[in-house]
Design a protein around this ligand. Sequence first.
Ligand SMILES: [Zn+2]
Length: 348
Amino acid sequence: MTLPAIDESLLLKFLVDLLKTPSPTGYSEEAIALTERVFRAIPGVKTCRTRKGALLVTLEGEQENAPRALAAHVDTLGAMVKKIKSSGRLTLSRIGGYAWNTIEGEGCTIFTREGRRVRGSVLVTTASGHVHGAKTGETKRDDDTMEVRLDENVSSDEEVKALGIEVGDFIAFDPRVELTNGFVRSRHLDDKAGVACLVEAARTLRAGGLKPVQTTHFFISNFEEVGHGAAVGIPREVVELVVVDMAAVGEGQASDEFHCTLCVKDSSGPYHHGLSNHLRRLGDEHKIPYKVDIYPYYASDGSAFWQAGGDVAVALIGPGVDASHNYERTHTDALTATTNWIMAYLLN
Ligand SMILES: [Zn+2]
């Protein structure tokens, strides 16, 4: 059968909304709630939350004797306030794995306990070239040399505390979303792109009056970037898990921004050969532009589920994302390919 046509503009609209909703790991409620609202607007879709705060979406299938799961994560890289300096600047504790230089110069928002949002930016302590000369370039970026400058008239720790800012407050980095010539440039395409593909696949299927062959659960994870997202929360009766997460693009990689990639191995080892081959057959049959690749520094919610004792076949697909865990970019071709591959899997 031919796959129903997806609506690229709807896919991009939700993706942009989600990218603009801050969700560092541990502070992703707003993004989970947005995703839940969009899924609930699709007829015949049921949702619930796990106690850990993840979202579980269920699509009733033609059959339910071999239920399946797909997973993607809304949580992103971010930080917490580590210390309020006597200068009125903040030091950061990183959430997730990234290098300091990837956030230098970025705008950010600090979320206080009372719900206030304070704006600022991330800088090296030797930021001004007029003041520090060569040191601006030479300073090693680390926990002590990176700081947040608040857009508030503060120059002491007392004044910062008076704003309601405390140690442990969450910090989100600006996504800086831009759409140009089919490219989507933004932070946190990992893995909001994957979530948007799942939403559009479910919406397109239901709009076409179609059901998955098996009852299928979408697990929208909220602790993936710190490694234990899908360790719990995927229903134990599922027999297969297809994780939808970004493909690593760069030198030595087969992946690119115009294809969906099947990852057959990452730092956590090989994925399930049988399920991977099933996806390859579907990709060939439906002429989905895909690549097969290995990611050298990567683990997924599939790895987390396996390590937690999940007894299922696990495979991993996702859109190619350039400069991942940095200022990322993908292309709508990769998003379309991923959404179509998800639909092909749901219908076969
Ligand atoms: Zn990811």
